[in-house]
Design a protein around this ligand. Sequence first.
Ligand code: ADP
Ligand code: MG
Length: 473
Amino acid sequence: MTGLGKGGVSRASAEDGTTGEARWQKICGRLRTEVGEPAYKSWLMRVTVKDVRDGRVRLAAPSRVVRDWVLSHYADRIRHLWSGEEPGIHKIEVVVNAERAQVPPVPEAPAVVTAQGSEPQRDPAGMEDRADGLSAPLDPRFTFGNFVVGKPNEFAHAAARRVAEANSVPFNPLFLYGGVGLGKTHLMHAIAWDIRNRLPARSVLYLSAEKFMYRFVRALRHQNVMAFKEQFRSVDVLMIDDVQFISGKDSTQEEFFHTFNALVDLGRQIIVSADKSPSDLEGMEERLRSRLGCGLVADIHATTYELRLGILQSKAEQIGIQVPPKVLEFLAHKISSNVRELEGALRRVIAHATLIGRDITLETTQEVLHDLLRASDRRITIEDIQKRVAEHFNIRLIDMSSPRRARAVARPRQVAMYLAKQLTSRSLPEIGRKFGGRDHTTVIHAVRKVEELTGTDSGFAEDVELLRRMLEG
Ligand code: ADP
Ligand code: MG
């Protein structure tokens, strides 16, 4: 092997004459691709080789912060790479380069107040203030009291309650997942409010994964990652919302992984939400995925008609306006995508009536929501449903409208009819017509049959749920 650089004779580190510095540059090149450009620039770029002696490499870091970080994050990897290049290397040390040593920068944001109460005067005004901009503000409407419980969310709700009320950590993490607008954020805020009211001394940190990343990147840039770490490690309850956001963001994931482990080791509660289950989170490192899934995973399912109706009744009550049951039923039927849209629709109907001083009726509702209803009709067509369902059950599309009655085609057809009823605003006769000119009673029968089966056969229920998600997604 030829030496990469012959200049640094005094630091020549191996029989082949390669200098330690040249070796380091080579290893750094590897690390650079492994850890990504931002991390490389923040931590490794300014690290140099001090000496290589007796199987030990001494690196020099420009500051204590960098030294600590490199030691805790990269030392093992560096040792591995180095011993691959130069057998016999068994130890990596990092020292602070004396001439350039500097004091670690002062943290930008003050640390979160911990349960031990390291700050003499705790601000009783609320966690938004206590966490000093670290915690995102909590929505005062997102409480357990305002959360309507139904079949699709009862498990997630019970799990959230359990975490809020427990004095120790019942499961770690609590992983809440479900589609958009189904109440994940609402439940997380509810937990935070509950703990805050019951145990005001606890520090609860609620943050979107996006914010987490933003803060991390900022800490990297300002070289105060240690302060960042300390802040996150001093909380009692950490909630990260929409964790799917850090999919594919490797160094943020890495940092989150370390924060996560540190908090679990300290016995602190972690609550995470995402739009998918841990195993379905693409672009997420395997070890993080498995960590996320090792506590309690609670799924919030798509809303049912009953739940939507319940939510509408509760919201109307909160707003303090009498809305005719017919209107609420209509909305619960037509707007099935998610709760956020449902709420928006109700608000529009109420605002309209209040503004022009007219009663809320079915007609005014249809008028006001005209665009929304059209859009929701357009969103999913019976043809889409038939196609998806046929693909899923591996039958021919024409069997959706064929007269064949064999179970293998009849069942998928019933599922498709059921989904058509659930996901479109087509009437029963219209649906029947699209399925080879069948009668509306056949559609009613199909809907009942599917409802019955989803209650008794969980595998079947999952199939239907999956199809619904695919169609709605
Ligand atoms: P996600 O975080 O899952 O996207 P959110 O928690 O932001 O959804 O919920 C969207 C809206 O729907 C919020 O205004 C929330 O209060 C409301 N919401 C969702 N589920 C329920 C429920 N079960 N009861 C009352 N309101 C709900
Ligand atoms: Mg949310």
